[in-house]
Write a new protein. Structure first.
Length: 723
């Protein structure tokens, strides 16, 4: 449902009309808001008692930009749209910017997308130091459409504007002032007053009356501009070769520089309209809402529970995962107690956290001072004494059931009865972990992805005994440490690893049948994956991959393809990137290159499996290969939904994007699958299962939806949550 919203106008005795954008929660610019803004403006222009105008947003937020909830209506043609360029040219340029009375934007909180574009059409901008200003439209598959491609380069210069637009990077008040985007930074309680005075001073010609669209002093010379744009095009293609809209954006900016800003505005309006209807935009908007929906869990977050305050966190194990989790927590100001079993391990763990932070200092993301303050939040211990007042414990020791059972029994003795007891296990049944305790209601999975301080996903695993309060508490911690949480049920591999497993499995199967390792990886990266399945296996290491395979074989024996290829390589101490040799060989700089030697292992694997390569596989297109690798992933995702492990399909879209690196512009695994259709997927899997075995057999969820013509993402009313 598109929001409505309005603007309110109040005219003060000083002759300043203050127009306030009101459209909670982020004062987005719906068509209603924009029309109301235009009406208020026209009133202010015609009233004799108004000398100048201030635009601001209600409740400390200027505006989060064009109303994204309205995109769907526009795309489906259900919402009638104004004529091309109406908002950008008629309203924002010819009504606001060209007005005969000056306007000043008073910006607190957000000024994003269309919000910043309205502000840039004002004749000056005042903001607070915490204001967040940016043009993040590219993240939604569109370009700025209210003049941002023209005004931002003219206010801050081409290089800075390209950085902000192409990387969707917003900036805070001080930086905005330094680069020339705003004219002054003031405390929040002086914001509107300063803007009023400023607007009057412009009216009285005591301050310059600047129309951003016609500024030229910040623009580089045409020659320099062309070089900068050429570089930007190359970068954009390197980052995401499948995406068109960044290149369109650069073309639009260039048009303004070469043919003048008005021509730029026209090209912007036309391109905006085309991009808004694109699949990329639809997919990225889907991802935007899917990401926000992950923290809405029926039966948990709709109970009115308030998250309890977590003041101190205990972490068990300072290995790669434990130290990464500790880093993530202290970075968000949580005091952390890190426990290890001996001085040596403890020192290594503490050093790892230190190194994680130091790397941020080296990259200029953290000052030395902040480094010291952050590190001071970490305390290393060897016993449980200081666990008595922690509110949350995250266990991150090796995957050993009896060790974990002992740890949880100990925790129950030492920690307060309200303390949340979380495990970072990636596979072990949580019920098993808590079997020696009476605390099953506060036992939960907090499954981070490595490196935990970098990867954005947090899988929150609840058993049927975990209390909703504990899930709400963990969702809150997840938000505070800036992770995207998905709440899932308890099973081997949970949601993300269960979906990830068939990715490598099908690739291994097709290699046994004759497909080339590197061809598979190339097809996957061309599709948009950061790495193909074999490069990922090298990164994870064959030891872990083979051990995980065993667990899956135990849990899902009916559908595991028993490849021995990695075990054969392991026998020769060829274990992936860590040993410099896996499916690829690695040089001193860890650069991967194909290694013809792997053929001997592949041939051995085929012989041992008694498989004769199928020549028809050699003729497959990249698209066929991608489907062969991903349709088994879709099949498993359907099982995960059918079993109630995931609550909704869009959660799996987010899990695939943040956990597996599935390209967001394809909307996530289930959204992409629906673009192919359940019937098509089912038929392909059926055909492969005849040729290559049960691994491909479509599950009942998929078969049923294919038969009934229901999309895979549609909410399953019959799905019984197994939680
Ligand atoms: C023509 C123009 O050039 C085109 C545009 O302007 S396109 C829009 C450009 N703007 C954006 O891309 C901003 C998108 N929004 C965001 O990045 C973030 O929501 C934010 C930084 C504004 C706020 O983040 P945060 O405080 O974490 O809150 P978040 O949960 O994301 O959002 C709060 C609510 O506002 C909604 N919302 C945020 N921005 C919105 C927007 N532009 N339109 C409609 N709803 C929006 C969210 O969907 C969410 O709704 P919910 O509570 O029902 O789930």
């Amino acid at each position: 449902m598109a929001s409505q919203g309005r603007t309110d106008m109040e005219v003060g005795s000083d002759g300043v009309a203050v127009i306030t954008i009101v459209n909670p929660p982020v004062n987005s610019l719906s068509l209603d808001v924009l029309m109301s803004l235009k009406d208020n403006y026209e009133q202010a222009l015609s009233r004799d008692d108004v000398k100048a105008i201030v635009i601001t947003g209600a409740k400390g937020k200027f505006s989060g930009g064009f109303d994204i909830t309205a995109f769907g209506g526009v795309q489906s043609g259900k919402t009638v749209q104004p004529k091309d360029g109406y908002i950008s040219i008629d309203v924002i340029t010819d009504t606001l910017e060209a007005a005969r009375k000056p306007s000043v934007a008073a910006i607190d909180g957000l000024a994003l997308g269309g919000g910043l574009e309205v502000a840039m059409a004002c004749h000056a901008r005042i903001c607070t130091s915490t204001a967040q200003l940016g043009l993040p439209e590219l993240q939604l598959g569109i370009i700025p459409g209210f003049g941002g491609t023209q005004r931002l380069p003219r206010l801050v210069g081409l290089t800075k504007a390209l950085e902000m637009i192409l990387l969707s990077k917003s900036i805070k008040g001080e930086e905005a002032h330094n680069v020339g985007l705003v004219d002054a930074v003031v405390p929040p309680d002086e914001l509107v007053e300063t803007a009023r005075r400023w607007a009057l001073e412009i009216a009285e010609c005591r301050k310059p009356w600047i129309k951003s669209l016609y500024k030229t002093d910040k623009l580089e010379s045409l020659g320099d501009a062309r070089e900068i744009l050429k570089f930007a095009r190359a970068q954009a293609q390197k980052q995401a070769a499948n995406l068109q809209h960044p290149l369109v954006c650069i073309d639009v900016i260039e048009e303004g520089i070469v043919s003048g800003p008005r021509a730029g505005l026209w090209k912007e309006a036309q391109s905006f309209k085309i991009l808004l209807a694109s699949d990329t935009c639809k997919n990225l908007v889907h991802v935007f809402f899917a990401q926000r929906a992950t923290s809405k869990v029926p039966g948990v977050t709709d109970l009115g529970l308030v998250p309890r305050k977590i003041t101190k966190v205990g972490i068990l194990g300072g290995g790669l995962m434990g130290s990464g989790i500790a880093t993530a927590l202290i970075l968000s100001n949580y005091p952390v107690i890190l426990k290890e079993v001996n001085e040596n391990f403890l020192k290594s763990g503490m050093d790892r956290v230190k190194a994680n932070l130091q790397s941020r200092v080296r990259k200029g993301k953290m000052t030395e001072d902040k480094f010291e303050r952050t590190l001071s939040l970490l305390t290393g211990v060897l016993d449980y004494e200081s666990f008595r007042d922690v509110d949350l414990v995250i266990e991150a020791v090796i995957e050993n059931v009896s060790l974990k059972q002992q740890i949880f029994a100990d925790l129950e003795k030492y920690c307060s009865p309200n303390c949340i007891l979380a495990s970072n296990t990636s596979t072990i049944d949580l019920n098993l972990i808590g079997v020696k305790t009476m605390s099953q209601d506060r036992i939960v999975g907090a499954h981070f992805f490595s490196p935990a301080h970098v990867m954005p996903l947090l899988e929150i695993v609840r058993t049927h005994k975990t209390s909703p309060q504990v899930v709400v508490d963990l969702l809150d911690v997840g938000k505070k440490i800036r992770k995207t949480p998905i709440v899932v049920g308890n099973c081997t591999g949970f949601a993300v690893n269960r979906m990830f497993f068939p990715y490598t499995q099908s690739a291994l199967l097709f290699v046994d049948y004759g497909l080339d390792v590197y061809k598979i990886d190339r097809a996957c990266t061309k599709f948009g994956m950061p790495m193909g399945p074999f490069r990922v296996a090298d990164l994870v290491g064959f030891g872990v991959a083979v051990a995980t395979g065993m667990q899956y074989l135990e849990s899902f024996p009916d559908r595991v393809y028993k490849s021995i290829l990695m075990s054969l390589m392991l026998e020769d101490k060829r274990a992936g990137e860590a040993t410099r040799k896996g499916f690829y060989k690695y040089d001193d700089k860890r650069k991967a290159s194909p290694d013809p030697e792997i053929m001997k292992y592949i041939e051995k694997s085929r012989n041992m499996a008694g498989i004769t390569p199928k020549p028809e596989l050699l003729k497959l297109s990249d698209n066929d290969i991608v489907q062969m690798v991903f349709l088994p992933v879709v099949n498993e995702a359907c099982r995960v939904l059918e079993e109630g492990i995931a609550v909704k399909a869009s959660d799996l879209d987010i899990a695939s994007i943040f956990g597996m690196g599935f390209p967001p512009y394809r909307g996530g695994i289930m959204h992409w699958a629906d673009s192919l259709g359940a019937k098509y997927i089912c038929e392909r899997l059926e055909a492969w299962s005849k040729g290559y075995g049960d691994f491909f057999k479509p599950c009942s969820y998929l078969k049923e939806r294919a038969a009934k013509g229901i999309s895979l993402s549609a909410q399953a009313s019959q799905a019984k949550a197994r939680l």
